[in-house]
Design a protein around this ligand. Structure first.
Ligand SMILES: [Zn+2]
Length: 306
């Protein structure tokens, strides 16, 4: 969030210093990035080429998001509204106006049989989303120099995400094979578990219809948790829900000390920091070892995308 503001500030001070013409300054189009990791991804790919406004704050739940008056103002000024798609934010999918609404995830990952919106848990999906964002922004009325900048940042971003994918794989390989499982409440990590060969158990979504935990569901969940051979159960919020505490008690599996971020970036963190934190939380809890220095190096590269 900070980066775009400072870039714009730099552009505005450039204007004052006379290094930019007023026309060039006024020509920067406004773009809205809706949900999931799109805010950080779009700001990073955009750099100073567009003025990116984000709707959903880090840590907020995209599934039940309601627009604020400030959001509506940003949307009315924008040429393009980028959303994740696959039903992540029903509120944003219904928007209409004088802008193009681009479901980035649906274009980037057209083959998604379960229509799981949590695409970004696989860096290959996030990378495909970066390409869609870059190509969408290149359609806007911006200078040739800005278009070249978009192309350059698209390549840097996809290269960092390729290395994140390889880093993830190396971390997961440190988990003893018997414990390669990810047990959480909701069905949100399928792209992660499929990509890296972990067993996914979504306790509530798989076993409790409508989120109701009946005694029979509690028994099925407990059996599935035991069968997964996981060491821990993952919460998606702090403190853990009452339901999760009941499952923990029944199954005899402790709740992991670190939560997983299912629905977007962690507050104050980039998508790289969020992804590496999730991976390390799983790896450390399941008996592997996490390469923190490698995670930090990826983040440093992300911060310096220009
Ligand atoms: Zn979700």
């Amino acid at each position: 969030m900070k980066r775009s503001t400072s870039l714009l500030a730099a552009l505005c001070s450039g204007l004052v210093a006379g290094s930019l013409t007023p026309a060039a300054h006024a020509a920067i189009p406004t773009v809205v990035a809706g949900d999931g990791v799109l805010c950080d991804l779009t700001r990073t790919v955009s750099g100073g080429a567009t003025d990116v406004r984000c709707l959903i704050a880090a840590g907020a739940d995209p599934h039940y998001y309601r627009l604020t008056p400030a959001n509506r103002r940003d949307i009315s000024q924008s040429k393009v509204v980028l959303i994740n798609g696959y039903g992540l934010t029903p509120t944003l999918a219904r928007l209409s106006g004088s802008f193009s609404l681009v479901p980035v995830g649906e274009q980037a990952v057209p083959s998604n049989p379960s229509k799981d919106p949590h695409l970004w848990h696989s860096p290959t999906n996030t990378s495909a989303m970066a390409v869609v964002v870059s190509r969408t922004l290149q359609q806007l009325p911006i200078s040739a120099e800005s278009k070249a900048g978009l192309k350059r940042r698209e390549q840097t971003v996809t290269s960092i995400l390729r290395d994140l994918d390889a880093w993830n794989r190396r971390q997961i390989e440190t988990i003893p094979s018997a414990h390669r499982a990810l047990v959480s409440e909701h069905l949100a990590f399928g792209f992660f578990t499929d990509r890296y060969g972990l067993k996914q158990v979504a306790m509530i979504d798989d076993y409790a219809t409508g989120g109701q935990l009946r005694p029979s569901s509690l028994k099925s969940i407990s059996n599935a948790v035991q069968a997964s051979n996981t060491k821990v159960l993952f919460a998606e919020q702090q403190p853990p829900s009452k339901t999760l505490r009941r499952i923990s008690k029944r199954s005899g599996k402790p709740i992991a000390s670190k939560i997983l971020f299912a629905d977007g970036v962690a507050p104050g963190k980039s998508l790289i920091e969020t992804a590496t934190a999730n991976t390390c939380a799983v790896v450390n809890a399941q008996g592997g070892t996490c390469d923190q220095a490698g995670a930090k190096a990826l983040q440093q590269r992300w911060e310096t995308v220009r």
